[in-house]
Design a protein around this ligand. Structure first.
Ligand SMILES: CC(C)(COP(=O)(O)OP(=O)(O)OC[C@H]1O[C@@H](n2cnc3c(N)ncnc32)[C@H](O)[C@@H]1OP(=O)(O)O)[C@@H](O)C(=O)NCCC(=O)NCCS
Length: 212
């Protein structure tokens, strides 16, 4: 079944690129911003919001991981289910080896060059961007976004909705709390509580994200 991707911004276009690499047809983008409706983005039409494509309900599946912000991703996933649309299967670049000892949930994307070793759990609506290194016994909960080049040592847990910034590294046996952010380039050596921003080398508390 052909796909429609939520979000015609940078990450949505990255997901279009991934679909082209896999060989899956994309018939449009969805975007809540009215100004984008009817525009062409990377040669693909922006169809509008879900109510604009009701006639496609049983003809397409929807990719909800075309937006990087975990909170927006969660809202769009719930909205898509509520409107009765089918969620796209998890998209995995052909370069990525998923062993029988790994568990991958629904509606996620795993991009080119990522390495996943043994006994890894990746749940639903997770973005694993390009060249991410995921080690043994890691667990990545729903709606997490992992940016390009991140390195997770073994036994790392990333809580629901956390955002892991580009090029950061997470020490073994560390937990990143739900809805927290790790800044780009960080080295995380201790647990990060929920809804907090940690950044730097080593990563330290920067601020509370109570609003997330
Ligand atoms: C963390 C981030 C999201 C900024 O969040 P923010 O809420 O705007 O944070 P602020 O700019 O208010 O910064 C808060 C503090 O954290 C520091 N900080 C922010 N990002 C940092 C980083 N990556 N490394 C070190 N310190 C950082 C700021 O200097 C500031 O420090 P101070 O209070 O000592 O002055 C952003 O800096 C970042 O790292 N983004 C990663 C982007 C990415 O991964 N993109 C990939 C797209 S595919």
């Amino acid at each position: 079944m052909a796909l429609v991707i939520w979000g015609c911004g940078g990450h949505g276009r990255e997901v279009l690129h991934l679909c082209e690499q896999i060989g899956i047809e994309v018939v449009g983008f969805l975007d809540e911003r009215p100004a984008y409706k009817g525009k062409m983005v990377d040669d693909i039409p922006v169809l509008g919001d879900l109510h604009d494509i009701l006639e496609l309900q049983n003809k397409v599946k929807i990719v909800c991981t075309g937006v990087g912000d975990p909170k927006l991703k969660k809202r769009l996933a719930l909205k898509t289910k509520t409107h009765g649309f089918q969620i796209a299967d998890t998209l995995v670049h052909p370069s990525v080896f998923i062993s029988k000892r790994n568990s991958i949930g629904m509606g996620s994307v795993i991009c080119e060059g990522t390495i996943i070793t043994t006994n890894v759990v990746i749940k639903d609506f997770v973005i694993i961007n390009r060249s991410v290194n995921i080690s043994h016994d890691d667990r990545i909960e729903d709606f997490v976004t992992v940016s390009p080049g991140v390195k997770l040592a073994g036994n790392v847990t990333i809580g629901e909705g956390a955002y892991i910034g580009i090029g950061s590294s997470i020490r073994e046996k560390t937990t990143i709390g739900p809805w927290s952010i790790v800044g780009g380039g960080a080295f995380v050596k201790e647990d990060v509580p929920e809804k907090t921003l940690f950044a730097g080398v080593p990563a330290i508390f920067k601020k509370s994200l109570y609003y997330r």
